[in-house]
Design a protein. Structure first.
Length: 155
């Protein structure tokens, strides 16, 4: 009887994991489908903008970690009189990460949720503009992280 209960518990855990993974895949599918479409409400557009923000916000930790790792490499190379070319590449990658971090912080400072009841077209235009801006920040973050990863793995 204990063995059946144990197997049943394992089955429940597996089902829970599969359901969680399925929900995450659905969210990713929905995320990739979000784009600047002329259909929908300003709330829909606001939600799309926030969905992109929520997707990339956790990457801020990755940026900080990568900057720290790049700094360690830089310190090590400088201490051992390493290649100036490599040092320059690492400095550029670290700067790109800092700029991506600042772009995200600036976007968050500038973003102002719009009041309901105001001019719907103006609100839609604002959120479309914000969507483009946060997508640019997303691209900047991912490209700077990718470059840092290449340099850190190649060194």
């Amino acid at each position: 009887m204990n063995m059946k209960r144990h197997n049943f518990n394992i089955l429940l855990v597996i089902i829970a994991v599969l359901l969680t993974a399925s929900c995450q895949n659905t969210k990713k599918d929905q995320s990739s489908e979000t784009s600047t479409e002329s259909t929908g409400t300003s709330k829909d557009l606001h939600d799309q903008v926030m969905q992109i923000h929520d997707e990339i916000m956790p990457k801020m930790d990755n940026i900080m970690k990568a900057k720290g790792q790049l700094q360690e490499k830089l310190d090590s190379l400088r201490a051992s009189n390493g290649s100036e070319e490599v040092i320059s590449e690492l400095e550029k990658a670290k700067l790109a990460l800092s700029e991506a971090d600042e772009a995200m912080m600036q976007w968050m400072r500038d973003f102002k949720p719009q009041e309901d009841g105001a001019d719907e077209k103006a609100i839609m235009d604002y959120y479309k503009d914000q969507e483009e801006k946060i997508k640019a920040v997303k691209d900047q973050m991912y490209s700077s992280l990718e470059e840092a990863k290449k340099l850190l793995e190649g060194q």
